[in-house]
Design a protein around this ligand. Structure first.
Ligand code: COA
Length: 336
């Protein structure tokens, strides 16, 4: 019998807008303070795309970096998945726009909608596709421009969100790779976090007028309680499936929504803070981009070495959650 193919991440990349929106900038826009935002969320600043920019722009940039580090030519790609809740438009899928932009004519392409859990959902699809032998090279992208669905008159949400993209190339590996994925959803909790209508670039002149429902509405406290419960549960289930004990995890990369949620989840898991990667202070919550953006920065900072066990865990609208355990097998082309 042929040996089971194991899938792993071959290369990672990310891209964020240049414009920085600080807590002090927000003080001038709504009744808030740097002190409130910092202590309640851990966020100090976030990146904001221009109104005319679209998700595909950052998705393609992140993808090109990931492909370069994986040593994979775009023409080798079999499939592109873009996880996003802020697509360029409803049709064509953002993944098809990226396919054209990076010149990957052999790749099938589709978008996946699982809010902030989207990257790990897409990773699961990619891993199963590679393990089955159906695909050899899958590009998984998490990209969102949440500023386009943020109501900058609502202080309870506008301080939380930012824009960005992260990408990973998935393919067969000889050592390490993705040991497990675990996805879940509870649709009954959907009304706790909604974007009822959508138009890309809604912050711009062609976008939605206030009151047209094009903005994130959230029961913050309820989502907070859900997140603190589900993050450790999801991570533990993924670890159980991988046969890995929590104490053997080298780096825990949680969805970057709020430092208090991250700290509470790490405490419940019994993981010390030096094993938890945090960059929420720089980017806020970038939804589907959050985990690959954090993974890319962790690699950039040398926080992950070959053979390290890494846990990715996210939660978000849906409500959804997703976790994955992987053993890092190293990028083909070294950074630097
Ligand atoms: N600046 C100042 N005050 C603010 C504020 C802001 N930006 N936003 C809310 N407040 C006020 C509220 O109006 C409330 O005032 P009140 O007591 O007079 O009514 C007070 O602060 C406390 O609000 P509360 O909602 O209880 O704060 P909190 O400690 O729960 O923090 C969140 C609010 C949104 C930061 C927190 O609930 C959270 O992070 N939730 C999860 C959000 C999330 O992760 N969503 C994405 C999922 S992918």
């Amino acid at each position: 019998m042929a040996e089971k193919v194991r899938a792993g991440i071959l290369g990672v990349g990310s891209a964020v807008p240049e414009r920085v929106l600080t807590n002090f900038d927000l003080e001038k826009m709504v009744d808030t303070s740097d002190e409130w935002i910092s202590t309640r969320t851990g966020i100090k600043e976030r990146r904001i795309a221009a109104p005319h920019e679209r998700t595909s722009h950052y998705a393609a940039k992140a993808a090109s970096k990931a492909l370069e580090r994986a040593g994979v030519d775009p023409s080798e790609l079999d499939l592109i998945i873009v996880a996003t809740l802020t697509p360029d438009m409803f049709c064509p899928p953002t993944a098809c726009i990226v396919q054209d932009r990076i010149n990957a004519p052999q790749a099938a392409a589709f978008d996946l909608s699982a809010a902030c859990s989207g990257f790990v959902y897409a990773l699961d699809v990619a891993v199963r596709g590679v393990e089955s032998g159906a695909y050899r090279r899958v590009l998984v992208i998490g990209a969102d421009l949440l500023s386009h669905v943020t109501d900058y008159t609502d202080r309870s949400t506008c301080v939380l969100f930012g824009d960005g993209a992260g990408a990973a190339v998935v393919g067969p590996v000889e050592k390490g790779g993705v040991l497990s994925t675990y996805l879940g959803a509870d649709g009954s909790g959907g009304p706790k976090l909604t974007v009822p209508a959508y138009r890309a670039g809604s912050a711009g002149p062609d976008g939605c007028a206030p009151g047209q429902g094009c903005y994130i509405r959230m029961e913050g406290n309820e989502v907070f309680k859900f997140a603190v419960r589900v993050m450790p549960e999801a991570a533990l289930e993924a670890l159980r499936r991988a046969g890995v004990a929590p104490e053997d995890v080298d780096l825990f990369i949680p969805h970057q929504a709020n430092i208090r949620i991250i700290d509470a989840a790490a405490k419940r898991l019994g993981i010390s803070s030096d094993k938890v990667f945090v960059n929420v202070h720089k980017y806020g919550n970038t939804s589907a981009a959050s985990i690959p953006l954090a993974l890319d920065e962790a690699l950039e900072q040398g926080r992950i070495s070959e053979g390290d066990t890494v846990v990715l865990v996210g939660f978000g609208g849906g409500l959804t959650w997703a976790a994955s355990v992987l053993v890092w097998s190293g990028e083909r082309v070294p950074r630097g």
